[in-house]
Design a protein around this ligand. Structure first.
Ligand code: GRG
Length: 302
């Protein structure tokens, strides 16, 4: 059983952790961006990735690494790589041919501010930048580890991972038949789950340790993250979310909320947090931050 002091949400503690990691993350990301010669793409690339993101995936890379005493100076390369992939996915997802959104991270989407061609190229650039950062000589881990990180990120973000999830989502939208619960979960596992799972496996991969507890933890928080995303789409506003609210209903999309209702969805997400904390409880004191992050995911307001 896990210690109650660990599993109960400590908002002040969690906010401090998020803030500290975000400040360090943004500082290192800006340093990398400054060194690049992106020409006319510099402004839209910086606009997309330096926007007001929660930096959840970078946080997971750095905190799962701390479990094994790997400092943020090392895991930051993974943190930046995953945020590049995540931001590319958001920029492309917002395109008219995909989810067609005007607002992201509280500002006009890249294709609205510039145009569609620029948004496609920003996504392409961020995808390449991700692998540039991971293969950088300054990222000082053993070659075998680096190779594993590069291979697994390519796999989890590509056509057997996130991109497949996006394709399934688009297919589901164009079909007249609504998805069933197991199909919604499976779609989520690919679309949002694969990047979250990579972020959580960074620590044990760098340390050369067993990834299983972290894969399980990731599957629980990934599902909880999606359930809360569905809840916020119904209960929150575009202003708070920084993206358009009420889209699922508008599109008559089958979601956890439309299938389970609001209360049961919230309960399911809360149960998943407890299961996530349990999955990594063998790490005792060292699992505290990850347990707090799981709590943050279900208590978040945006
Ligand atoms: C276009 C190849 C391609 C893939 C897109 C992940 C994805 C696949 C699209 C995002 C669509 C979406 C809104 C999914 C819901 C869950 C999600 C990923 C929300 C955004 O992540 P946050 O809340 O965003 O972590 P911030 O801005 O805080 O980083």
């Amino acid at each position: 059983m896990i210690d109650k002091a660990f599993s109960e949400f400590d908002e002040t503690y969690c906010n401090k952790m998020l803030e500290n990691n975000s400040v360090y993350f943004d500082q290192r990301l800006k340093k990398i961006l400054r060194q690049k010669n992106f020409g006319l793409l510099k402004e839209p690339i910086e606009y997309s990735i330096l926007g007001q993101g929660k930096r959840l995936r970078p946080l997971l890379c750095m905190e799962t690494s701390k479990v094994f005493n790997i400092p943020s100076e090392i895991s930051i390369f993974c943190a930046i790589a995953i945020e590049c992939i995540h931001t590319y996915s958001l920029v492309h997802d917002d395109l008219p041919s995909m989810d067609d959104d005007d607002l992201r991270r509280g500002q006009p989407t890249v294709h609205k501010k510039w145009n569609e061609a620029i948004a496609i190229l920003v996504g392409d650039s961020l995808q390449s930048l991700s692998f540039e950062v991971l293969s950088d000589d300054e990222f000082k881990v053993r070659d075998k580890v680096k190779n594993k990180l590069i291979y697994s990120l390519a796999e989890k973000s590509g056509a057997s991972g996130m991109v497949l999830g996006q394709a399934l989502d688009i297919e589901a939208e164009s079909s007249r038949k609504q998805l069933e619960m197991d199909q919604i979960s499976s779609l989520q596992e690919y679309k949002t789950g694969k990047l979250i799972s990579w972020s959580c496996e960074v620590g044990p991969i760098i340390a050369g340790e067993n990834t299983d507890p972290f894969t399980l933890y990731a599957s629980k928080i990934g599902l909880a993250f999606q359930i809360i995303d569905d809840i916020l789409d119904v209960t929150s506003s575009s202003k708070i979310l920084g993206k358009k609210a009420g889209k699922d209903k508008e599109k008559n999309k089958a979601t956890f909320v439309s299938k389970l209702g609001l209360d049961n969805s919230k309960k399911k997400a809360t149960d998943l947090v407890a299961e996530a904390c349990e999955a990594i409880s063998v790490f005792k004191d060292r699992s505290k931050n990850l347990c707090q992050i799981a709590n943050f995911i279900v208590n978040r307001q945006f």
